[in-house]
Design a binder for this molecule. Sequence first.
Ligand SMILES: *Cc1c(COP(=O)(O)O)cnc(C)c1O
Length: 457
Amino acid sequence: MNTEKIPYKIYLNEDEMPKAWYNLRADMKQKPAPLLNPGTLKPMSVEELSGVFCKELAAQELDEDTHFFEIPEEIRNFYKMYRPSPLVRAYCLEEKLGTPAKIYYKFEGNNTSGSHKLNSAIAQAYYAKKQGLKGVTTETGAGQWGTALSMACSYLGLDCKVYMVKCSYEQKPFRREVMRTYGASVTPSPSMETEVGKKILAEHPGTTGSLGCAISEAVEKAVSSEGYRYVLGSVLNQVLLHQSVIGLETKAALDKYGIKPDIIIGCAGGGSNLGGLIAPFMGEKLRGEADYRIIAVEPASCPSFTRGVYAYDFCDTGMVCPLAKMYTLGSGFIPSANHAGGLRYHGMSSTLSELYHQGLMEATSVKQTEVFEAAEYFARVEGILPAPESSHAIRVAIDEAKRCKETGEEKTIVFGLTGTGYFDMVAYEKFHEGEMNDYIPTDEELAAYRDKLPKIV
Ligand SMILES: *Cc1c(COP(=O)(O)O)cnc(C)c1O
């Protein structure tokens, strides 16, 4: 392999873009545990799920056997506005680190939403439109998902109602305005618009909200409004399916130059970018065709994989959603104000949870200030100002590259650069002023939430 020939950016041609999403579950011998109906504790059927999700998305959610789902042409055309995304060889970073490692990152921040979330937003909006719905409801934490969904909905002419976690709503007014520019209505959560919002406000007056609360509100609004369904930007199997476009493009780009990665790294909030990035590589691993080291990176303040338990739990605070078996900190867990809003979820994708449980991937947690040190270092050498979420992966990629420097190993490292951080300048400011804290929950705190997990045998 001649490294001289590898360009700074590997682009695919339009006709090399994936024509189908890859469903990783089809290659898993031990499947992820089924979603359970919280009332009956029986596995959810497509019919039951269709009350909350669009029918085709409900079918995708429960399908563990179909290997590939064709990407409808309308979605492929939308993808072409901002995809294929570049796979960048981080030559400048390698040189600065003085590492023999070869570092690549897949950059998903090159669209107005500033993250990979648009890949699933357009798919979910498409199926809602196809079903003849009027609109969709959702929650957003940091705001990337809400932005992505409002872009997709305005493109297709669907109404979009976003419940935005109150502290983000107040801290990130520009995110809110981007969503309104794309025609979405944005409500700070918890709100008085829903029964569950009223209940949460009565129990916790003055709360600044959480993703779990906002999910409960968005679900209630969807099921109580004619012609509306709920959509979610992470955690779900359907979202991992849509995000497989990231991994399929990455693999196609690497294959063009005969490159085989040794280590694949991604940040993990609900697991969608990581699940998408690793999908085709994990598929090879499951089929015994190749081996890769796969590392999930999470914040030390919200350590679902590294300190959570693998158990059935609620996906939301209001306990209206189905139960999922996953690595969880407990649905009542509200992490400290970590600035990587997209990683502040108590649970994790059930697919990734099962893969982690089987020892097919690793997980590690990193402290907030270490993440921002990596973010700043990266911004200065590679030019891109990364999202705090993405910077978790940067941190670990840099650490692995430094290890290669010590051992002299020429490993190939691929990581997911999920987005840009222009709306996170308050976080960067805190970092620069030395005001950022590294709060890590104690074992006692975590145990208190663990004790409240639903008891399911
Ligand atoms: C939402 C988000 C994440 C985390 O979500 P996953 O579902 O775990 O991928 C990571 N990075 C960015 C930029 C995000 O917006």
